[in-house]
Design a protein around this ligand. Structure first.
Ligand SMILES: Nc1nc2c(c(=O)[nH]1)N[C@H]1C(S)=C(S)[C@@H](COP(=O)(O)O)O[C@H]1N2
Ligand SMILES: [Mo]
Length: 506
């Protein structure tokens, strides 16, 4: 049997298979993220009942308080990486594999253009459209046109393949990157026009899902075609870059080997995530951190919504420290609340020159600021609200942190619910973020004093990070040199308990 070299460089064949591996993990970890809030909207307030797609089975009780945490679903591990409410890790897998996938894609495109391979993917004549239609028609009538049979051997793809591959590589892949990155609260707080173009945060999230479905459709079609054209013959082309009649047994088995390897990699990722979740996070997060720090951490918030854009509804996350809730209640908070917060004080201490003890009236007397912004919960829901309060920078200027202070710790009266209510809820942000003009201690929401569920009498607002940083029911603020001595040492209650990333910019 005569062997024809197709001239696919090794780089192209390798990146093709790594792409496949990363895609499987991206889709599974993506499903894990979806399971945290399996509802899709086109409006920024995610108003219940207006979802265009719901994959949720749970129903929220009417007439009593439910939190967005209650809306999370547990999806099985074959579908979600890692599944079973290990949501923070699902995010870590998604971001780490997204980076791996993007690099693979860039290498692939570089290999395409370094050789003359791009001719195979990039149509250079309008004739590709009628040709693709003709090929589609052939397929519909089950007339298989073996690629390369018609035309010269230099064109191993038929017109339909060429168009599809071009669309997937040069349109769909960038679309997924843009709609993915576009969901970062930091990007949204800064790149206003891009946010609008994507239809807002919920538009980006919905489009990202639609893109995933298209990718899945491609994957299914691609595999179906491979089977239709003959497994061994196609594996010869995809693995060894040759045509070899009806295909070699070696290629057929090598293809099976690759499938098994991809399955095993997914299995191992799941296993490690369940057996040693902390270790897994400690390996994955440093892959993401440099990109987060370089591209997202330094972004300055500069956006305000119009009052007319305020959402009619905003979810609650974290149950209040009031009497009805056994895990989160705090007797001290209840006493302060019953006194109308007249005795409530915000203690400001730690590495500062002048510790402060501020009543709510003293805080209201400081220079005030208002901002109408988009709240981004890590689960995926958002809401626009108007917040009134004092810039944290005003407090920082008055307590004067010592040179050793690097982080601000925000302590809550409430206890950390998902941790079983054993410890107080706390979060940390670094001093740089604490000084952003839109980092404020808010005492008003939509023109009214904060309600109890939204964090009365005082809560944090930071507009370039996810909601879990914005501690409600504030008790005290502490300046520290290092966050590792606090809690489990990961930088906050949700980092300690749910393995969320400390930076929270995406
Ligand atoms: N004390 C405390 N603050 C908290 C939480 C919490 O559980 N406890 N949840 C956080 C999360 S995950 C989000 S999304 C926001 C939600 O704010 P909201 O309830 O006002 O909508 O509060 C944040 N602040
Ligand atoms: Mo959240």
């Amino acid at each position: 049997m005569e062997v024809h070299e197709l001239g696919f460089p090794l780089g192209i064949r390798l990146t093709h298979w790594f792409n496949f591996l990363f895609m499987t993990m991206l889709i599974r970890s993506g499903m894990d993220i979806v399971s945290a809030f399996p509802k899709f909207y086109w409006n920024e307030g995610c108003v219940p009942g207006t979802e265009w797609l719901s994959l949720a089975r749970k129903k929220m009780p009417e007439g009593e308080l439910w939190t967005s945490y209650d809306e999370m679903e547990d999806w099985p591990t074959w579908l979600a990486l890692p599944g079973g409410s290990k949501f923070g890790l699902g995010r870590s897998w998604h971001f780490a594999t997204a980076i791996g996938w993007t690099f693979t894609g860039l290498l692939y495109v570089a290999a395409l253009f370094a050789s003359d391979q791009w001719h195979r993917l990039v149509p250079t004549s309008w004739q590709v459209f009628p040709d693709a239609l003709a090929t589609a028609n052939d397929y519909l009538h089950l007339r298989l046109q073996h690629p390369g049979e018609k035309g010269d051997g230099h064109r191993p793809f038929n017109a339909l393949q060429q168009l599809t591959y071009f669309g997937v590589v040069f349109l769909l892949a960038p679309f997924q990157i843009v709609t993915g990155v576009g969901q970062s609260p930091a990007v949204e707080a800064h790149f206003v026009r891009a946010r609008r173009l994507l239809g807002g945060r919920q538009g980006a999230r919905s489009l990202h899902l639609i893109g995933t479905v298209l990718f899945l459709g491609f994957l299914v079609g691609h595999v179906a075609m491979v089977l239709l054209h003959g497994w061994a013959a196609e594996m010869d082309r995809m693995i060894f870059g040759v045509t070899h009649g009806r295909g070699s047994a070696a290629a057929g088995w090598a293809g099976v080997g690759i499938l098994v390897a991809v399955f095993l990699a997914n299995w191992a990722a799941t296993r490690v995530s369940w057996a040693a979740p902390r270790r897994a996070a400690d390996v994955l997060d440093p892959i993401v951190a440099p990109f987060r720090m370089t591209f997202l951490h330094r972004i300055y918030p500069r956006y305000q919504f119009a009052d007319s854009e305020i959402s009619p509804f905003m979810r609650i996350n974290g149950r209040p420290p009031t009497a009805e809730y056994a895990t989160t209640r705090s007797d001290e908070y209840i006493r302060l609340m019953e006194g109308g917060f007249a005795d409530w004080r915000l203690d400001v201490g730690g590495l500062v020159e002048s510790p402060l003890r501020l009543s709510i009236d003293e805080i209201r007397a400081l220079p005030r600021t208002d901002q109408t912004t988009l709240h981004n919960c890590v689960q995926g829901w958002t809401a626009v609200a108007k917040w009134g309060g004092v810039p944290l920078a005003e407090v920082i200027d008055r307590c004067r942190p010592t040179p050793g202070a690097r982080y601000v710790v925000l302590h809550s009266h409430q206890r950390y619910e998902e941790g079983g209510g054993k410890e107080e809820f706390y979060e940390t942000i670094d001093l740089e973020l604490a000084r952003h003009p839109q980092t404020i201690l808010a005492f008003e929401m939509n023109g009214r004093p904060l309600t109890i569920p939204h964090g009365a009498p005082l809560r944090l607002r930071v507009e370039t990070v996810l909601g879990y940083k914005m501690v409600k029911w504030l008790r005290s603020i502490e300046f520290v040199a290092d966050y590792r001595a606090l809690g489990a040492g990961r930088g906050g209650s949700r980092e300690d308990g749910q393995l969320m990333g400390r930076g929270a910019e995406i």
